[in-house]
Design a protein around this ligand. Structure first.
Ligand code: ADP
Ligand code: MG
Length: 884
């Protein structure tokens, strides 16, 4: 098609040009009620969306074509996005026939995963970020500086930060999990998570001079706001990208124009940019986010409620849901800020009635951030305005519930809850209570709002009244009792007279239509009245649309106040949610220690917030870490509770820093700067790296970056290699963490020699999980106690699970044999389980003739990595294998 552009029909030329301008996107080209695509694009969309491929024929040839209905384009758009497309929506921007020639079209919006604004395509209670990455300018030694800017187009949340450490920026990126990232000439897409779409964007937009202008256009001088050139570049480029996605920047690209000059639509809903320092927040890298199960469960087949956010989220509104997620993503460090939240949570925890009332009221709060976004993008209809009004209507009640709050934070919030009485009044006066969806067909502006509109409506009404009365008048005048006045869409109003009465028809009746049994007439006066009505109605619809747009833009002018209100409502909702959970699940207020003081963590009766919800009786356990008892080596058989215990300590610390109450009897917590985890079984199989490689990689990070303000969790480190190697590595790590790093550390291990090491190191100590062997069965108490465990009991677990006696006997034997081999490197490496070597061999019984394959499978079972259900399934399979 491209080579014969000049021969194309005007419409196809238009399509061709839009495709050329948006060359990295799929252009959806509006033709009446359909969005159409042509040629290659048509073939691809037809296949993908399973819609019919047809063709379009015109004087210049025949082209493949598909169409999707404009009215329910959303579901198709979703599929296209999932398949990795960016979509440019080219709408007709004038009515057909409005001007001579082909209907004018323009790209009104570019839809990409990171720039979604449609509610249908967005998760309500989570942000959807698009990121931009940029480097420093090269002068003044700032070239190493790397920045990330993050924007949620649907809510207006806009953040930026920078660092000279690539890891730090990668960590920030994974914290916010953007669905798309815009990169410039010095692309750094290796810092991005895998499921993030990478969008190369105009290198000029990243240039410092131009980016400075872009940022100033929104927020004033960047110097006052941002800390590094790299940040300015990232923010400038991201703003331009958001403008591009907003569409409408159709001024023809002038090739000669100065590269610093640019013209785009202004995005009114972007009212603030928050520059933050990652060091203000508890740092959680991607590994920690995953292993502490903040947002995503680790197990593939996990229960729905298997994450921390699941157990914590009792918010009533989408606003609150997003706020809570942000708090969890970025736990605080400053005790004052933490205490301010804790004060509010404590007060709300105590005030049951008030808390419940607040929750009820907050349920009526619409997603104000997205609503005001739509309003300022001129995409809101009259119903959206009414939704805003309905939310504003509950604000005074929410304020009332906070009227006698004691703590500073709640009192402050009450002040911030501006009910926007002027906006509410404007909408109340201007928009009817239950308006239609369409904004061009009238019926939306309230009576009494505009005198001209009322007059037009009056004219139409009077006219209709005159026509209503016409029938009676004409019957009397003509004496024809069966005379009727009616209306049809082709001929308009008419007077109908049946054939027997035709002689009585007066002079001024003009014949319009002849039916079988009757004739239809009009009179000049009826015609005149009719024109008057139709004219008044049409003008009224137009006027209504104008008035509506005026009101909408007046509301849009208040975007900052609406956003501030949304913030305050979100905060109240998140605090109420934390208080609800605290009260319902018996959490306690943690005592937050000074950051200058030594790092200490003291937990009594701590519980795992997620596991305790699914476990019938959860056994609480304490923890106590301080500078002179900072490294705990934890042993115990598989399934005794080691991993659960370590995670619960980290989650309690994290929750405390969020400003939440914690699942414990009591807790005294020093805020930590960073939580490191190396938790087994988070194997990066999908990433294609070997388990052992992943393990060493994560360990290297910990050893390099942890310090005495970090909390370190190590679960079964040194498992992914032969026992001798694994033990050596685990030893060396323990010594290094103890001697050099000084971080409070919990280390669960099956390497029993480590417990001896721990006894020898002054600031290390041992903990173990007690189990009891009762009549050959293992009973788990899930209770932590000082000292080292005596064995691993792996085989006993098998007995308890009902593995046939002969298999168990044979296992004992193999374990004993195996114990002798311990010193030799193992050829099977990676997937081997050696931990049960300490179980003494059984004395009686020899080989019971267990087939080799079953024995081999038993031997290779990684008990530590199996859930109870998986273990049972495995055993069941082996049992059946034996029976064969
Ligand atoms: P380990 O790491 O020692 O193999 P886990 O921590 O994975 O053991 O715990 C195994 C299972 O035991 C958990 O899935 C949970 O069901 C149960 N469990 C762990 N800790 C407790 C506890 N404190 N109270 C009750 N059940 C627990
Ligand atoms: Mg474990």
């Amino acid at each position: 098609m491209a080579e014969k552009r000049d021969e194309l029909t005007p419409m196809m030329r238009q399509y061709h040009d839009l495709c050329a301008r948006y060359d990295d996107a799929l252009v959806l080209f509006q033709v009446g009620d359909f969005y159409e695509t042509f040629c290659g694009a048509a073939e691809r969309t037809a296949r993908l969306l399973e819609v019919t491929l047809t063709s379009r024929e015109d004087s210049t040839g025949e082209y493949p074509m598909t169409g999707i209905p404009v009215d329910n384009a959303e579901s198709y758009v979703e599929e296209l996005l999932e398949a990795g497309y960016r979509i440019a929506v080219a709408d007709q921007i004038e009515e057909p026939g409005e001007s001579p020639g082909v209907v004018e079209r323009a790209v009104t919006r570019v839809i990409t995963p990171g720039t979604l604004t449609e509610d249908e395509l967005l998760a309500g209670d989570d942000n959807n970020f698009v990121a931009a990455l940029a480097r420093g300018d090269g002068d003044g030694g700032s070239a190493d500086e790397l920045a990330v800017a993050l924007l949620d187009v649907s809510t207006g949340d806009f953040l930026a930060t920078s660092s000279s450490s690539r890891e730090a920026i990668a960590d920030e990126v994974s914290r916010f999990a953007p669905s798309e990232a815009v990169v410039g000439p010095d692309a750094s897409d290796d810092l991005l998570p895998e499921d993030c779409m990478v969008t190369p964007f105009d290198p000029d937009a990243f240039a410092l001079e131009r980016a400075t202008k872009t940022v100033s256009g929104y927020f004033g001088e960047p110097d006052a706001l941002l800390a590094a050139d790299a940040e300015v570049r990232a923010c400038g480029a991201l703003l331009e990208y958001a403008e591009y996605a907003r569409g409408g920047a159709e001024s023809d690209v002038d090739e000669d124009a100065d590269a610093t000059e640019r013209e785009g639509p202004h995005l009114e809903y972007l009212t603030h940019l928050t520059r933050y320092d990652p060091r203000e927040y508890l740092l959680l890298d991607a590994v920690a986010l995953r292993s502490l199960e903040l947002f995503e469960p680790r197990a593939v087949r996990a229960r729905e409620d298997a994450t921390l956010i699941d157990v914590l989220d009792e918010t009533a509104s989408a606003l609150g849901g997003r706020a809570l997620r942000d708090w969890l993503r970025r736990p605080l460090l400053e005790p004052e800020r933490i205490e301010a939240r804790l004060d509010a949570v404590e007060e709300l925890t105590g005030a049951v009635r008030r808390r419940e009332q607040l929750h009820e009221l907050l349920r009526d709060v619409y997603d104000l951030e997205r609503l005001i976004g739509r309003i300022s993008r001129e995409r809101a209809n009259a119903r959206d305005l009414r939704s805003l009004r309905d939310t504003l209507a509950v604000v005074p009640e929410i304020r009332d519930r906070l009227a006698d709050a004691d703590c500073a934070r709640l009192r402050e919030l009450r002040e911030e809850l501006d009910p926007l009485a002027d906006v509410r009044e404007l909408i109340d006066d201007a928009v009817v209570a239950d308006p239609p969806i369409e904004i061009t067909e009238g019926g939306i502006v309230a009576e009494g709002y505009d005198a001209d509109l009322d007059e037009l409506r009056g004219t139409a009404r009077d006219g209709k009244q005159w026509i209503d009365d016409l029938e009676a008048r004409e019957r009397e005048r003509t004496g024809i009792d069966s005379l009727k006045v009616g209306y049809n869409s082709v001929h308009g109003y008419y007077i109908e007279v049946t054939n027997p009465n035709l002689e009585a028809v007066p002079e001024d009746y003009q014949r319009r239509q002849t039916l079988k049994n009757s004739e239809r007439f009009v009179t000049p006066e009826l015609k005149e009245r009719e024109d008057e009505i139709v004219g008044a109605e049409e003008r009224a619809d137009e006027l209504e649309y104008e008035l509506f747009c005026e009101v909408r833009s007046a509301v849009a002018d208040e975007v900052e106040r609406v956003q501030a209100l949304a913030d305050a409502l979100a905060t109240v909702d998140a605090l109420v949610s934390l208080a609800t959970v605290a009260a319902q699940y018996d959490y306690c207020r943690p005592e937050i220690r000074d950051r200058d003081a030594d790092l200490e963590i003291d937990i009594e009766g701590g519980r795992h917030p997620v596991v305790e919800r699914t476990q019938e009786s959860f056994v609480p356990n304490g923890a106590s870490l301080s500078p002179d008892r900072r490294l705990a080596v934890i042993t115990g058989p598989n399934m005794s509770g080691k991993s659960t215990y370590m995670r619960q300590v980290a989650q309690i610390v994290l929750l405390a820093q969020v400003g939440s109450f914690v699942p414990a009897e009591s807790a005294r917590i020093s805020p930590v700067d960073r939580i490191f985890t190396r938790v087994g079984a988070s194997d990066d199989i999908a990433g294609g790296r070997s388990t052992f490689m992943v393990e060493m990689d994560e360990l290297a990070t910990i050893l390099r970056e942890a310090d005495e303000r970090s909390l370190v969790l190590l679960d079964e480190v040194g498992r992914g290699t032969s026992t001798a190697d694994g033990l050596a590595i685990a030893r060396a790590i323990t010594e290094h963490l103890h001697d050099e790093v000084g971080a409070p550390t919990l280390f669960a291990t099956h390497h029993h020699p480590l417990t001896e090491l721990a006894e020898a190191l002054p600031a290390a100590f041992t903990l173990h999980f007690q189990v009891e062997q009762r009549e050959g069965e293992v009973v788990f108490h899930h209770e932590i106690a000082p000292g080292a465990a005596t064995g691993s009991y792996g085989v006993e677990v098998a007995t308890a699970a009902g593995v046939p006696e002969d298999v168990v006997e044979r296992s004992r034997e193999l374990v004993a044999e195996h114990a002798d081999e311990l010193e030799r490197p193992d050829p099977r490496t990676d997937s081997q389980e050696h931990g049960d070597a300490h179980v003494p061999a059984s004395t009686d019984g020899g080989s019971q003739g267990v087939p080799d394959d079953v024995a081999a499978e038993l031997r290779s079972l990684e008990l530590a990595h199996l859930t109870p259900v998986e273990a049972l399934t495995e055993l069941d399979r082996l049992q059946r294998l034996l029976e064969e």
